[in-house]
Design a protein around this ligand. Structure first.
Ligand code: B4P
Length: 191
């Protein structure tokens, strides 16, 4: 199995670049943001609670997200690898993911960290909010709260994987094609 984490702040292009990577390498895409939005659309109890937190720019509790990811991995025994998009977002999620993969005799092979300035992130997310209807993208205060949540809790994810020399930093500004070419080069060196 080849398992990759696409890491970066909200709006750094994780979802955008994931589409290119899964198409090229046939990995199973696991986006916790998408899983949570499906729960919201289906108006489940989990979805209603998740929406309340997401609309304030906060993270959903670790045990909820970890449970969802465990179910997703178990539901795809045929996967030749996973692309984790937007997960893990806290150190507790990193530890849980390592344990889930260990059960499958597998591990994280690489963490690709997209780097984008805060002003560019705000610009992109407000741009998406104007067309997508995503309630966490329409208000600049909520967007800045998400970026703060990223600095407070999620940057620790890069520190966690850096101790195993698994983190590669990639510039996340430029055209979607040029960023994908940089990501592809790093994957091809390790797959
Ligand atoms: P996510 O769904 O993961 O999404 P995201 O962080 O908003 O954005 P992403 O980086 O995927 O950006 P994208 O490619 O779409 O999270 C949403 C919320 O869910 C979180 O705030 C949190 O509350 C909750 N959540 C999710 N996972 C969780 C977890 N593990 N634990 C707890 N809570 C969790 O790009 C954004 C925009 O930029 C798009 O419009 C795109 O077109 C544009 N763009 C992309 N690349 C570009 C480029 N190179 N140039 C110009 N524009 C570009």
């Amino acid at each position: 199995m080849f398992n990759l984490i696409l890491f970066g702040p909200p709006g750094s292009g994780k979802g955008t670049q994931s589409e290119n990577i899964i198409a090229a390498y046939g990995l199973q895409h696991l986006s916790t943001g998408n899983l949570l939005r499906t729960e919201i659309t289906n108006q489940t109890t989990l979805g209603l609670e998740a929406k309340r937190l997401m609309d304030q720019g906060q993270l959903v509790p670790d045990q909820v997200v970890i449970g969802m990811v465990g179910n997703f991995i178990d539901a795809h025994p045929e996967a030749k690898g996973f692309l984790f998009d937007g997960f893990p977002r806290t150190t507790a999620q990193c530890v849980a993911l390592d344990a889930l993969l260990k059960e499958k005799a597998s591990e994280i092979n690489i963490v690709l960290a997209l780097e984008v300035s805060e002003e560019e992130l705000v610009k992109r997310l407000l741009g998406r909010g104007a067309t997508s209807g995503r309630s966490d993208d329409i208000n600049e205060d909520i967007i800045r709260a998400r970026i703060k949540e990223y600095h407070d809790k999620t940057t620790a994810v890069a520190t966690y994987y850096a101790q195993f020399n698994k983190v590669v930093h990639v510039k996340g500004e430029g055209t979607i094609e040029s960023i994908y070419a940089d990501l592809k080069k790093e994957i091809d060196e390790r797959i």
